[in-house]
Design a protein around this ligand. Structure first.
Ligand code: PEP
Length: 251
């Protein structure tokens, strides 16, 4: 089975409402008949408008950048998966390193969020990845293994098969330093083999694993050309329509 290839953008806390609509429209207009799936990870205030824009385009979807683990309740300022779903988004980015670092999101909380997203039949884009010190100590595979074991590997096979994984080495996020294609490939292969050990080779073979960390038009082709890299989660370069469209065309 051919794995789903995806170019996903993460706008983070950028673009006001009008700027966000304009960017989504420019991407939607430029998508043409691209066969590859593109996903726009937009701020919560933009989810409904951008969902309306992407609805007209095949292979373009919307993601929220976070959600609360509870279905509803007294959690001032939070957004539930049901709310996200009700405005047309199908994906939720979870466990981004910025959420882990600035909002203290740990393994257990992320496991609960993954469960809630799947219960509502949305798709988690689960981020994992190591800081520089761990990479330098050469313990990055063990680090990512723990992230997967503690937040994803409790899932039954049928649920795990819905998950998209994004490997994002923290030292490459927003720094302009990209993992080399060989570094990305090595880690993606290691992740696939962890999935094979926990589930099966068949499940590992069908799991989409994205690379994130300073992906840009100039390096996307080579990164996406690695056998175990199924696309990218893109921050900075997803904020310019022309750049993101070029990345979508890099498979
Ligand atoms: C990200 O935010 O997930 C990311 C990879 O950012 P950038 O592409 O800017 O490094």
């Amino acid at each position: 089975m051919k794995r789903q290839q995806i170019a996903a953008g993460n706008w983070k806390m950028n673009k006001d409402y009008k700027e966000g609509r304009d960017l989504a429209k420019a991407i939607a207009d430029g998508m043409g008949n691209s066969e590859n799936l593109a996903i726009l990870g937009v701020p919560a205030t933009h989810l409904k408008a951008v969902s309306g824009i992407v609805k007209k385009v095949a292979n373009l979807e919307v993601a929220a950048q976070n959600c609360h683990q509870a279905e509803s309740g007294a959690y001032t300022g939070e957004i539930s998966v049901g709310m996200i779903k009700s405005v047309g988004a199908k994906y939720v980015i979870l466990g981004h390193s910025e959420r882990r670092e600035y909002f203290n999101e740990g393994h257990e909380l992320l496991a609960a969020k993954v469960n809630t997203v799947l219960e509502k039949r949305l798709i988690p884009i689960f981020c994992c990845g190591e800081p520089l010190a761990i990479r330098e100590a050469d313990t990055h595979v063990a680090h990512v293994k723990q992230q997967l074991e503690e937040s994803l590997f409790h899932l039954k096979t049928k649920d795990f098969r819905k998950v998209v994984i994004a490997y994002e080495p923290i030292w490459a996020i927003g720094t302009g330093v990209t993992a080399s294609p060989a570094q990305a490939q090595d880690m993606h292969k290691a992740i696939r083999s962890l999935i094979a050990d926990r589930y099966s080779v068949a499940v590992a073979d069908e799991t989409t694993i994205l690379y994130g960390g300073s992906v840009k038009p100039a390096n996307a082709k080579e990164l996406f050309g690695q056998p175990d890299v199924d696309g990218g989660l893109v921050g900075g370069a997803s904020l310019k329509a022309a750049d993101f469209l070029q990345i979508i065309d890099s498979f």
